[in-house]
Design a protein around this ligand. Sequence first.
Ligand code: TRP
Length: 382
Amino acid sequence: MPAPEDFVVTPYEVKGKIDYARLRELFGTQELTPELLARIHRLAGGELHPLLSRGIYYSHRDLPALLDGYANGRPFFLYSGRGPSGPLHTSHLVSFDLCAWLQRRLGVPMYIQITDDEKFWARAGLSREETAHWGLENLYDILALGFDPKRTHVFFDSRSIAAMYPLAIRVARKISYSNVKAVFGFPPSTNIGLVFYTALQSVPAFWPSWAEGRSVPCLIPCGIDQDPHFRLSRDIAEGLGYPKPALVHSQMVPGLLGEGAMSTTGSRADDALFLNDPPAVVERKLRSAFTGGRATVEEQRRLGATPEVCSIWALWRTRFAESDAKFAEVTRTCRSGELLCGDCKGQLIERVHRFYEQHAVAREKAKDWAESTIVTEPPRPL
Ligand code: TRP
């Protein structure tokens, strides 16, 4: 049955102009309401992460029960992941930024999955050497966001398979082929690695419960495109005797070239700020990024610009406005025509440079302890 929507969102394909409210309906997830945000604010000691206060996280599954549990002394763990197909770009940080903040504020463990197997299966052009290489490089970037070395654990799929496999065996038996086919929309040419893979993405959600022999709740911050995997995890959880993982979903961050620009320019690398881009490249990409500005300065002064369609505004929103006050000011002066795109870009470039400098230092430090986070042993053989 073809969907009547003019957008597609699955873990393996995101296209079209996404109607996020509609997507929540289609997926059957709940709205992340102001009341829920206020509860997180309280539990986090009177602070709310910008990704929450600015609406980038907008949807959830079973968050209230997880927060109830936490408030009643039942701690949970965080789980998120990355498919290492190349260098990370700034929008990949959305899930890990929130996780690092939650870990700091709530003192909870973090499990990170690096799926070098998944990306090899999903991308014909990538070699095993490449996905393994990027897996490690991406891990350094992720850990550098401020994770606690003592409470952070990594499943690096190809290297952690012995630790995951006894549980993966059980998980895989609960997932039918027809379900995978329906949930991911795989065509018949799909390799069987990818058909099995979803079992491995469920494993970390249950692993601590399995390891500790008691039910440990899980919260997964992720892009809403990953929800189909966790629908399967949630369907099979009870049958395995584990709690259903709770989720918070973010919107997808738009690229620098604006919607639909990728195919016309053919320059995918210019669509995002990679964490390994040198300063001159960052500046060039931001200077040529798509904005919501007007054709002339005169028009923009008179009519104002449109932040909601602007890729530069999206960067302010997701990471680079250091306070909600700064973010509100950028938004207001953009809309009113006071702030012109050139000046706005100039201010942003300065902040991006500063972040890259700090990040490079933190990343070097993270390299010292990254290996020690990789889980290689199962808690028991069966
Ligand atoms: N499948 C994800 C990707 O392609 C990687 C991933 C593994 C993940 N486990 C996860 C993402 C848990 C979010 C949450 O990037």
